[in-house]
Design a protein around this ligand. Structure first.
Ligand code: FAD
Length: 299
């Protein structure tokens, strides 16, 4: 039996492993995809303290090396459920593992439009985060897809540095706050395209434009863009745990800054928990807090 099983090998889970191993706890990290998590999609990261510029993969490699050097165990498997009790049983698609405590660090997925080549173009013209990637489109033309608060905020931020920002929304109105819509109207380089959906993507390996269809009359137009920011929501990867911890109406794990869930001995860290800022730094901070809380729980 392990002291701590960590579900998810992104920045939150790997930082939790680092802190738990330094506290001499036995640790198993279970990852279903790529160790390093979402950041591995980013070719350029410029806001991790200590790295002026690093690729997401380089950063992830360093983090994985650091955790392996501390002799954390790792397993490639998808966690399907947790059986809660004094001993926690983590059920995966390749067997069951037991621990005294569990840290859920499963992150979130950005909702995609569902278009051909879209996933392959993430990091090659398609982004989800103006704070992270806006600087790469300085003086360039971008499209923001969506009409809620996130899309409006992304567009406002991009308008500061990009030459032209199109905001493409499927409905005939924005669903975000009026205050943000008013702010957007004051930006000379922003053009709003309502009642329009993105039908397909142009470019081979890198995005060069989008094909749009106006919903009212099915008119199809092409728009040349250097980048597309998709802001149509996030999907926290918490479905497997809905029966053991409380999730909020958006599916995020309810917890305070202390990373405690509603189930004793089960902690949560990173993008999958309810919070405002989802970045590498905040995920790492959660990982440290959750690991120390788990160590404290074990005693
Ligand atoms: C294209 C892109 C660019 C970005 N750029 C930046 C940036 O420049 N700066 C910045 O600070 N942030 C950036 N971010 C955001 C940053 O990557 C996330 O905030 C951070 O990775 C969150 O870390 P996490 O560990 O909470 O979750 P994740 O990184 O999502 O890791 C969670 C891991 O859990 C695994 N997992 C999920 N469910 C299961 C399961 N059931 N069983 C086993 N494993 C599971 C997933 O496969 C994943 O690897 C970017 C994100 C993207 C997508």
């Amino acid at each position: 039996m392990y002291d701590i099983i960590i579900i998810g090998g992104g920045p939150a889970g790997l930082t939790a492993a680092l802190y738990a191993r330094r506290a001499n706890k036995t640790v198993l990290v279970i990852e279903k995809g790529t160790f390093g998590g979402q950041i591995t999609f980013s070719p350029k990261v410029e806001n991790i303290p200590g790295f002026a510029l690093v690729t997401g993969n380089e950063f992830a490699e360093k983090l994985v090396e650091q955790v392996l050097a501390l002799e954390a165990e790792v397993e490639c498997a998808e966690v399907l459920s947790i059986k809660d009790g004094e001993v926690k049983t983590v059920v995966t698609d390749s067997g069951e593992f037991q621990a005294k405590t569990v840290i859920i660090a499963t992150g979130a997925k950005h909702r995609l439009l569902g278009l051909e080549k879209e996933e392959a173009m993430v990091g090659n013209g398609i982004s989800f985060c103006a704070v992270c990637d806006g600087a790469f489109y300085e003086g360039k033309t971008v499209a923001v897809i969506g009409g809620g608060n996130s899309a409006l905020q992304e567009a406002l931020l991009l308008a500061e540095t990009s030459k032209k920002v199109y905001v493409v929304q499927n409905l005939d109105f924005f669903t975000g706050e009026d205050k943000l819509v008013e702010q957007l109207k004051t930006k000379a380089n922003v053009e709003v395209i309502l009642g329009t959906v993105v039908e397909s993507l142009l470019g081979e390996d890198e995005l060069t434009g989008i094909v749009m269809r106006r919903v009212s009359d099915n008119e199809v137009t092409e728009l040349a863009v250097d980048g597309m920011f998709v802001a149509i929501g996030l999907i926290p990867q918490n479905e497997a745990f809905a029966d053991v911890i409380t999730l909020n109406e958006m599916g995020y794990a309810d917890s305070g800054e202390d990373c405690l869930t509603t189930a004793p001995g089960i902690f949560v860290a990173g993008d999958c928990r309810s919070k405002r800022i989802r970045q590498v730094t905040t995920a790492a901070a959660d990982g440290a807090i959750a690991a120390l809380a788990a160590c404290n729980y074990i005693g």
